[in-house]
Design a protein around this ligand. Structure first.
Ligand code: TXA
Ligand code: MG
Length: 329
């Protein structure tokens, strides 16, 4: 298989796995096989790498990503495991099950990867290339399916290349995916809830839990059709909602507001945070959720947000800002 300059395709041997781990450490984007579908991996703790990952996928919105780890011990620093989480992890990891759990306060994963949420989706893949890469890298790797937004998930290196050539650093070719559909996603943030049917049958999960899974069923149109990400109100927000009121496209902040700037900021006495003083959208994406949280933490009851251009990652930034500004129910 040949790739255009910029995207290397390597057969997943030990040398390729070291090269892939090194690329991740440098903030690169590496597609790798899992037993479900190919994932597009980035260092979960590297905000800028994650901004580039969203840009490479062409996602119009920042959907939270799944953190892939080598085993449950590598997952413990990220999330709080209750008794049911322990049971499911013991029964099904490694394998095609993703658990959405409360994020630990000291979780090192970048806010952008989690779209600002207090929960985190974690999975331990069983594919041998994925496991070797996670072991060699030694930290959490976030990986959405390695397709352009709106396309179907890839189950071979050739599918990944067709969608992402020239947009990512490296593809590890480990052959075809054994399962071929995405992982089953279960949220354990209250009553265990099936967020996405997938490679692990629901019945097997219910058998281990000893009771049925709750089933929200609202689809979100901006990604794969099988995606079920918006769930029952009060159980899990599908997006980060700040406490402060948010006023968009503000060119002049008013007295009493905090200012969330982009590019050159106007002179202002109040609290000011800048998404990117040099007007860089990758940098702005990296700072978006942490700045929204910092504005809330400052106690400001309303924020003025300067206009962000509607191009590249600006579409996703504007999508999240619009959700943040939507009236609270
Ligand atoms: O099999 C898989 O899960 C593949 C392989 C690469 O691991 N990955 C995958 O990722 O399908 P992605 O990004 O295409 O789908 C992940 C889904 C999205 O619908 C996202 O909204 C949801 O997981 N998700 C992630 N974190 C979440 C959270 N904290 N709460 C609710 N949903 C979450
Ligand atoms: Mg996907």
């Amino acid at each position: 298989m040949t790739a255009e300059p910029g995207t290397r395709v390597l057969k997943a041997d030990p040398a390729a796995i070291s090269a892939a781990a090194a690329a991740l450490r440098q903030g690169g984007l590496v597609a790798f096989p899992t037993e479900t579908v190919y994932g597009l991996g980035a260092d979960a703790c590297h905000g800028e790498a994650i901004a580039r990952l969203y840009a490479a996928k062409g996602r119009p919105a920042f959907n939270p990503l799944i953190a892939h780890v080598a085993d449950i011990d590598a997952a413990r620093p990220l999330a709080v495991f209750d008794a049911e989480a322990e049971k499911l992890a013991a029964a099904f990891w490694p394998g095609p099950l993703t658990l959405v759990l409360p994020k630990r306060p000291d979780c090192p994963v970048a806010a952008l990867a989690l779209a600002g949420l207090d929960s985190i989706a974690i999975r331990v893949p069983s594919d041998k290339t994925a496991r070797a890469l996670l072991a060699a890298f030694g930290g959490p790797v976030v990986a959405p399916s390695a397709n352009r937004s709106g396309h179907v998930s890839p189950t071979s290196a050739a599918h990944v290349l067709a969608d992402l050539r020239g947009r990512i650093d490296l593809i590890l070719d480990g052959g075809d995916c054994a399962v071929g559909v995405e992982s089953t996603i279960v949220a354990l943030l209250g009553a265990p809830t099936l967020l996405r049917p997938g490679g692990l049958p629901r019945e097997e999960i219910e058998c281990v839990l000893g009771h049925a899974l709750a089933m929200p069923a609202v689809t979100d149109a901006d990604d794969a059709p099988q995606k079920l990400e918006v769930i029952a109100p009060g159980m899990l927000a599908s997006h980060y909602a700040p406490k402060a009121r948010v006023r968009l496209d503000a060119t002049t902040p008013r007295a009493g507001e905090a200012l969330l700037a982009f590019g050159a900021a106007p002179k202002f006495d109040g609290i000011t945070l800048n998404l990117s003083p040099r007007g860089d959208l990758i940098e702005a994406a990296t700072n978006l959720f942490s700045h929204l949280r910092a504005l809330d933490a400052s106690g400001a009851t309303s924020s003025a947000v300067m206009p962000v251009p509607h191009e590249g990652l600006g579409d996703a930034i504007n999508d999240r800002l619009a959700r943040a500004a939507a009236p609270k129910s």
